[in-house]
Design a protein around this ligand. Structure first.
Ligand SMILES: O=C[C@H](O)[C@H](O)COP(=O)(O)O
Length: 169
């Protein structure tokens, strides 16, 4: 194992050389999970930084404000990926997908999380606090960071259609 835990190695599959730069966010329906998952991410050696856009206790900002703000940071290249939590995950995904160049999805099983990256090059994962248990959410987020999109794969041309449509290609 390298002395620098952020260097690629057996436990850091897929992480960028400097570690993942992440944004997290939630609405009040996703607050408890966002807090737990953010703590996990901050303890993960594959993660370089976690920017928490809220909400925090007592803040009732609606999900579109947080979802859009997080996706804008990804689109601007300020973050590699975003993790967003609301009641179902759906509102956050719908919101983040409004930002050109961003591909967001709710995924509540391992296979879908993997394919959201490897097939669809999604930069944004959304979870529903009212849908899955916290331990499954934690597992999915751990796995999510291990998956990377292969631009030489057969999936790349399919994703490129979306970039061309949006003028981001
Ligand atoms: O997708 C929306 C989220 O689940 C949100 O947390 C709850 O939205 P609602 O209060 O409009 O049902």
């Amino acid at each position: 194992m390298s002395a620098d835990p952020r260097q690629p190695g057996p436990d850091t599959d897929g992480a960028p050389a400097g570690g993942w730069r992440l944004v997290v966010g939630c609405d009040d329906a996703g607050l408890a999970y966002k807090e737990r998952l953010t703590a996990d991410l901050r303890a993960d050696p594959r993660v370089a930084s976690v920017q928490d856009l809220g909400v925090h206790e007592g803040d009732h900002t609606a999900y579109p404000h947080i979802g859009l703000a997080a996706a804008q940071r990804v689109a601007a290249g300020e973050a590699d990926r975003a993790l967003l939590v609301c009641g179902t995950g759906i509102g956050m995904a719908v919101s983040a997908n409004k930002v050109p160049g961003v591909r967001a999805t709710t995924a509540h099983d391992s296979f879908s999380v993997e394919r959201s990256v490897k097939s669809n090059n999604c930069q944004v994962l959304t979870l529903g606090q009212r849908v899955i248990g916290i331990e499954l959410a934690r597992l999915l987020v751990r796995e999510w960071l291990g998956h990377v999109f292969d631009p030489a794969s057969a999936s790349a041309d399919k994703v490129a259609v979306l970039d061309e449509y949006e003028g981001c290609g």
